[in-house]
Design a protein around this ligand. Structure first.
Ligand code: PLP
Length: 391
């Protein structure tokens, strides 16, 4: 039996959907990503049904395409915004500022001013200089403080070290927020993207509830909101629990700490809403071996780390790759087309591709709707940014 993991498209897409995407893809030159917005609508509905008590703020950074933003706008979503540029994209589509949260803890003064002038009243923070700046430029706004969480080991794309502060500092910042005339609104965390360990939310919610209690007891500050971030799963090679299981467990953790009276719960999904909807299609440019006796083949394709697949950095995200080639799977190194030696997607991970894969064949990178289009370089080695089509 092959030691490699064979990719079965049916584990990722129903036959009708895949045929539709493929028929469209067949008419276009590679590389490009095709995104089926019906899948996004379904993922959004699943999220809302799984967490009926929560408000969904779509993390726009996952994919800010107009087609996606307007779909989610019409479905009633709110938006988690990382920059003034994302604010422009969302507001140009008629989203009102009460549906927007400025979730980046790193922001320029002039941007905070502009968010405020345009009506946004909810801001994340994790440091005193930022909080003081919000108090000056966005007086009276709601602020929530992001705390550090565990979970780096079990998330495929961890985030937690760069953002957030220790609980003690969060406590002090929320008191300071009140003293500065802001509204201390709540606490946020992000347990890491593609978080496999649902227990990561348990630990984080536990920390949050302690802060809720202490602030109330010590200062009479009644926080109202918990923002549980993203981290919900997309369908890559390594399997995860279902979203339903995440919801069941997380709801249980919330009940343990807050009883039946939950504060306002916000979710900020990005990856889990969008990834499954996309298939990136590339073409094999070259297949070679490094010596006559080398066991592994090098497969070079026309898409790489600099054209949308940056999440293969450290081989973190293992995208399922389907090809129509046949034959037993053989170990391959998979690399991109640029003259940069960092442009190798999978070398340590024993990726198996069919033995008769040939130059000119197409590779279908499944589950690539999120964090691909915007990560693509503008002109590295002359290659244009990744083309995207929305069905
Ligand atoms: C503040 C914030 N919220 C939400 C997300 C989305 O997380 P995910 O893609 O895991 O759903 C991110 C991702 O970077 C983020 O930075």
């Amino acid at each position: 039996m092959s030691q490699f993991h064979a990719i079965n498209v049916a584990d990722y897409y129903d036959t009708e959907t895949f045929s539709k995407i493929k028929a469209f893809a067949d008419t276009k030159p590679t590389p490009f990503v095709v995104i089926d917005t019906n899948i996004i609508a379904k993922q959004y509905n699943d999220m809302v049904e799984s967490f009926p008590y929560a408000d969904v703020f779509y993390a726009v950074k996952a994919n800010p395409a107009k087609e996606i933003l307007s779909l989610l706008r019409d479905k009633g979503a709110n938006f988690d915004i990382a920059s003034i540029y994302e604010l422009n994209m969302v507001m140009e589509l008629g989203v009102t500022p009460d549906r927007i949260s400025y979730g980046n803890t790193i922001k320029k003064r002039q941007d905070v001013r502009e968010f405020y002038q345009r009506g946004v009243r909810m801001f994340a923070s994790d440091s005193e200089p930022d909080l003081r700046m919000i108090a000056e430029e966005a007086p009276g706004s709601r602020v929530y403080v992001r705390i550090l969480t565990e979970g780096t080991e079990t998330a495929d794309w961890p985030l937690s070290r760069k953002f957030g502060c220790q609980n003690e500092m969060a406590y002090e910042l929320l008191v300071l927020a009140r003293d500065l005339g802001l509204q201390p609104y709540g606490i946020s965390f992000h347990v890491g993207s593609q978080q496999r360990d649902i227990g990561a939310w348990d630990a984080a919610i536990g920390k949050v509830s302690v802060l809720f209690q202490r602030l109330k007891e010590d200062h009479g500050i009644e926080l109202q909101m918990v923002n549980m971030g993203g981290g919900f799963p997309a369908n890559y090679i390594d399997k995860t629990n279902t979203l339903g299981m995440y919801a069941e467990q997380i709801t249980y953790f919330l009940k343990e700490d807050f009883g039946d009276n939950f504060p306002r719960i916000i979710l900020e999904p990005g990856r889990s809403l969008i990834s499954n909807a996309g298939i990136l299609v590339s073409e094999v440019v070259l297949i070679s071996r490094k010596s006559h006796t080398a066991l592994e083949r090098w497969v070079f394709t026309d898409v790489g780390k600099f054209s949308g697949l940056i999440e293969t950095m450290d081989e973190a995200i293992k995208f399922p790759i389907y090809t129509e080639a046949k034959g037993p799977l053989e170990r391959c190194v998979i690399a991109g087309p640029t003259c940069d030696s960092a442009d190798i997607m999978y070398e340590q991970y024993a990726y198996g591709l069919p033995g008769d894969l040939a130059i000119g064949d197409r590779m279908y990178w499944l589950t690539t709707g999120a964090y691909t289009t915007t990560y693509s370089a503008v002109c590295f080695n002359g290659f244009p940014p990744l083309q995207a089509y929305y069905l």
